[in-house]
Design a protein around this ligand. Structure first.
Ligand code: HEM
Length: 174
């Protein structure tokens, strides 16, 4: 009897802590989207101004190139954990036939992850190429092109309140 009570309590604690972790990560994932967008937009702006005005690729430009990629990679890590814990994703893979008939389930099961991974790969390649370019003009141009493509894909894959694919709050609270 004591053993059964212990097991039941232990299971509850485990389930609750997993749920708390999931909702904390989901809130973080939702919030960090704004950081990703702010860094991407500002990096693209700096790259554009630098390219047009033949500026020197400064330490600040390099820091924005670096931090934009880093913040996006942090978002990727959180996204992967959220993906493994999400009840929506779990349901999609359990009942794939039903899942594929429902846009919201398909969005989180495949569309969101596929588009975001593509965008993050493009952004990472752009960042690495820009770092290795011999001239400042080429560095700015590389950042401008690759980061802009990544931004467009990320923008499409975010479940904005106005998105036809899936809609989630712009600011999630617990
Ligand atoms: C730049 C990259 C990304 C951005 C900006 C982003 C943004 C978002 C946003 C705004 C949401 C809605 C959160 C909410 O419900 O309040 C979301 C949900 C989600 N994201 Fe991402 N995401 C990114 C990358 C990823 C990646 C790479 C994965 C998977 C590996 C992922 C997995 C998920 C999942 C599974 C959900 C839904 C979770 C649920 O409602 O149960 N995300 N994402």
């Amino acid at each position: 009897m004591f053993y059964l009570t212990f097991v039941a309590r232990h299971k509850n604690i485990t389930r609750n802590s997993t749920e708390i972790m999931y909702s904390t990560l989901l809130v973080s994932h939702s919030l960090i989207r704004w950081l990703v967008l702010a860094f991407l937009l500002y990096s693209i702006y700096r790259a554009f101004v630098g390219y047009i005005n033949n500026k020197t690729f400064s330490k600040t430009d390099n820091a924005f190139r670096h931090w934009t990629a880093t913040i996006t990679h942090i978002q990727l890590m959180i996204g992967i954990i959220v993906y493994t814990q999400s009840p929506i994703v779990k349901y999609f893979w359990k009942e794939t036939e039903i899942g594929l008939q429902n846009l919201d389930l398909t969005f989180y099961g495949v569309i969101h992850i596929f588009l975001m991974l593509t965008a993050i790969v493009i952004l990472t390649i752009g960042s690495a190429l820009a770092k290795r370019k011999p001239t400042d003009k080429e560095k700015f141009k590389t950042m401008l092109v690759w980061f802009s493509i990544a931004l467009i894909i990320i923008f499409i894959a975010i479940p904005w309140t106005f998105s036809p694919l899936s809609s989630r709050p712009n600011f999630r609270t617990f």
